[in-house]
Design a protein around this ligand. Sequence first.
Ligand SMILES: [Zn+2]
Length: 150
Amino acid sequence: MDAAPRAFAELPRDRELGAPVPFACGTDDGYGGAGTPSARALDKRRVTQCALSRICGVCGAGLGRPIAFLGSSIEVGRNAFHFPPSHVDCAQALVAAYAGVDQPVLGQDESAPRVLVTTASFEFVRANREDLDRRPTFHPSALLNETSAR
Ligand SMILES: [Zn+2]
């Protein structure tokens, strides 16, 4: 059973960070079950679901265009993002909500995501067996816009 989309204001909270836990981090348990919602890491199954069903990594609803990706400057440089595609509004709200968090969350390696890019389409790339980082990444096509949250 997949969780239904949720409006940004209704996302569960990470009790430790006090910040909303986006769809891509949730587990079925974390969303209303016995588990504790946590924004520490991405949920692999949810990430794949976002990619294949073209749904927002923040709220879980269907994506239109443009599509937003949020990540670190390193991810922007590599054009490979770990956090799934999102609505622009959702991505902006999430970056704002994590502006004060200075630790690796939401699939980031160093700190909360700081950069937001928009694109019209993307490619979902699964890791190769020999890759050190076995997580799949999203490769946006031509970037439309880039903003830094810092
Ligand atoms: Zn959304």
